[in-house]
Ligand binder design. Structure first.
Ligand code: SF4
Length: 389
């Protein structure tokens, strides 16, 4: 595999990232009359179920600074995050014309309200707010979540008349297991050698994973793993950081680039957390695949401020993550007005202090255009660790 192939791969990923008209989605859908497209908001939805229904799950992450917000602002007060404004703008401009439905996972009030706006805006499309259990007892949260998944299948099946069999569900679980394994291989490779694939390229690759069919994405990952494994390059003198808090509204590319250019290798982040929501395979041979999906969620060990904290202390999970990635510090990086991330920050900072892990904090919004303050802050953080640790 030569440079051209890598360049072509990266260029197709970039094209996909830039395309706010979802041309790939249109072409995918046109191949079979029964195909449907389901958009979803961050962070996690059970994409296996959508896939098993013969549909394409597509992540909706706003538009960053790539469209002017003209009408989107009229729907929201000024003191909330920016993401819903560009999502509404895209909706009003007709960019979701090929989408047949939208799922809004319960994460915060903003997403809940956005689902209401979509219900009014798209009367003829499926719009569903998806609750997740806050209780992890199989007899309580398990029964509740099972009902949610059953209802979801009923809703999706009503769009194309196809009801997934257990075999369909198991096949879908298997193909997403493969996808998570490949992505986690790449994460591990970057843990060892973060200089082989820049944080920006890795980010764009994962954004592609939220648009492409899982089969196309897996082929892309296999290709890239092979290529990156063959690169021979020396690392630069940078510190290693975990970036956390950016799981919903996405940071601008310039911000990710700035952190790396300021002397930090981002060895872990939660930008596209839903793709690796589970770190273990979900059983794909069960005669009760829905039960397997439910069980996996009840046993979730993922660190995120958006996951209800039962006995799984988030601060400890983050400290474990820092250790696992051999990171020198944490950058708390959250969108302005993001309640789930910002309300958690003091608790996480206390946990980092307890474990003697260095940290710094910054805020952004998706259409931020000036990065010099962030460059100084990340640069000072890097220097502090390099010089005095
Ligand atoms: S960025 Fe934060 S506050 Fe805004 S929709 Fe996402 S989770 Fe909610």
């Amino acid at each position: 595999m030569g440079n051209v192939t890598y360049a072509q791969t990266m260029s197709s990923i970039e094209k996909l990232f830039d395309d706010l008209t979802f041309e790939y989605v249109r072409q995918w859908k046109a191949k079979l009359p029964s195909r449907r497209v389901i958009g979803f908001l961050p962070i996690y939805i059970p994409r296996e179920i959508i896939h098993a229904c013969g549909m394409l799950p597509v992540g909706i992450f706003g538009a960053g600074d790539r469209i002017p917000v003209v009408r989107g602002d009229a729907y929201f007060q000024s003191y909330i995050c920016h993401l819903p404004r560009t999502v509404v703008e895209l909706a009003l401009c007709g960019n979701f014309g090929d989408f047949d439905g939208f799922l809004f996972p319960s994460i915060c009030d903003v997403i809940r309200n956005l689902s209401g706006i979509f219900k009014l805006q798209f009367e003829n499309k499926l719009v569903r707010y998806l609750d997740f259990p806050q209780n992890f007892d199989p007899e309580v949260g398990g029964v509740f979540y099972r009902r949610i998944l059953d209802d979801l299948i009923n809703d999706l099946s009503s769009l194309n008349g196809l009801r997934p069999t257990n075999n369909n569900l198991n096949e879908s679980i298997a193909v997403y297991n493969r996808s998570r394994r490949l992505l986690l291989d790449l994460v591990r490779l970057r843990t060892e050698k973060p200089h082989l694939l820049s944080a920006v390229d890795f980010y764009k690759l994962r954004r592609a994973g939220n648009t492409l069919s899982v089969e196309d994405f897996n082929a892309l990952l296999e290709n890239l793993l092979q290529f990156v494994g063959q690169i021979d390059a020396e690392p630069e003198d940078k510190i290693r950081v975990v970036v956390t808090g950016a799981f919903c509204e996405q940071p601008p590319l310039g911000l990710i680039k700035t952190i790396e250019n300021a002397g930090c290798y981002i060895v872990d982040d939660d930008f596209q957390l839903g793709l690796t929501w589970f770190s273990q395979d979900i059983p794909d041979y069960s005669d009760d695949p829905l039960g397997a999906l439910v069980e996996s969620l009840l046993e979730l060990k993922t660190f995120s401020s958006a996951v209800f904290e039962d006995d799984r202390m988030r601060g400890e999970l983050l400290a474990e993550r820092v250790l696992e990635r051999k990171a020198d510090g944490v950058i708390f990086c959250a969108p302005s007005f993001c309640d789930p991330a910002l309300l958690d920050r003091p608790i996480l900072e206390r946990a980092m202090n307890k474990h003697h892990i260095k940290h710094t904090s910054l805020q952004y919004h998706e259409n931020l255009g000036q990065f010099h303050v962030i460059k100084e802050q990340a640069g000072a953080f890097s220097d502090m660790i390099k010089l005095w640790e």
